[in-house]
Design a protein around this ligand. Structure first.
Ligand code: IPE
Ligand code: IPE
Ligand code: MG
Length: 259
């Protein structure tokens, strides 16, 4: 826990000149793990009279900029919700555009991830991802495995309930094999069985585009995460939005059920 709440309100934070906002953020402990529900690509495009996929295309630029800024703040983990287990229900054209966009983008980012010392990881049901995308992901995961800076986690074909189902299956298999006593299963054992094994829980969850819901993201892990929803649409999310979110997080009094 860190000292709570300076007197400054969110509105006041948002009005601070960028340099001052940034130095405020750097003067206090940053979250170790930031998770983001990158929402609003479709609306961003629709408002401009463009097809929804133009918003996804623009969203990639916001991802790049966010990865850079998060790294510069010295945050250890960034988890980005890129494609949910429910997103397959979208029109086939949008789904295949997204998969192609991923396939093209991931490879191209490798030199930049290496230069920034970023370790790349993916969570979700990999079996459901098209083989072309999967191969490129595996390549980048392997190449960046020894990097020691920011860990960038892409949630892809990810569902929080799927993750819990997969964890339960894994534990059940261990019990059946006689390697695990059901009575010894505790919170730590469940956490180890999740895709996020070895990662700290998110300290801050950001959702763009104003929706006040969790949409099946990191259900177990966000038990005590601080939530921040901004009306900014994902393709418009920039350094200022990030700094406001982190500054707001730094004002929060995290009690974890204590007084
Ligand atoms: C988020 O933007 C990106 C994905 C879910 C892949 P949306 O595509 O959900 O955009 P909106 O919410 O329809 O505006
Ligand atoms: C959540 O956004 C999933 C991602 C950002 C990848 P959605 O747009 O799919 O969520 P809902 O439909 O608004 O709940
Ligand atoms: Mg959406």
């Amino acid at each position: 826990a860190f000292p709570p709440a300076s007197g400054v309100s969110v509105a006041e934070l948002s009005r601070l000149p960028e340099a001052e906002l940034r130095s405020r953020v750097l003067a206090r402990p940053r979250p170790r793990h930031v998770a983001i529900i990158m929402d609003g690509n479709g609306r961003w495009a629709t408002r401009r009279g463009l097809p929804r996929v133009a918003g996804h295309h623009q969203g990639v630029k916001a991802v790049r900029e966010t990865v850079r800024q998060v790294g510069e703040l010295g945050i250890d983990f960034l988890t980005l919700y890129a494609f949910s287990s429910e997103n397959w229900q979208r029109p086939e054209t949008e789904v295949s555009f997204l998969m192609t966009l991923l396939e093209r983008t991931i490879d191209g980012e490798l030199p930049d991830l290496m230069a920034k010392n970023v370790r790349f990881r993916v969570i979700g049901r990999s079996a459901g991802i098209p083989p072309g995308v999967r191969r490129r992901i595996e390549h980048v995961v392997t190449e960046t495995a020894a990097n020691t800076g920011l860990t960038l986690v892409l949630a892809l074909n990810y569902g929080g309930r799927d993750e819990i189902v997969d964890a339960v299956r894994g534990l059940a298999r261990e019990v059946r094999a006689g390697a695990l006593d059901p009575e010894s299963i505790d919170e730590a054992a469940v956490a180890r069985a999740l895709y996020t094994d070895g990662m700290p829980d998110p300290d801050l969850l950001i959702r763009t585009s104003g929706e006040m819901r969790v949409s099946n993201f990191l259900l177990w892990q966000i038990a005590y995460t601080e939530l921040w929803v901004t009306p900014t649409l994902w393709p418009d999310f920039g350094v200022r939005d990030l700094h406001v979110a982190v500054a707001e997080y730094q004002r929060r009094d995290r009690r974890f059920g204590r007084v």
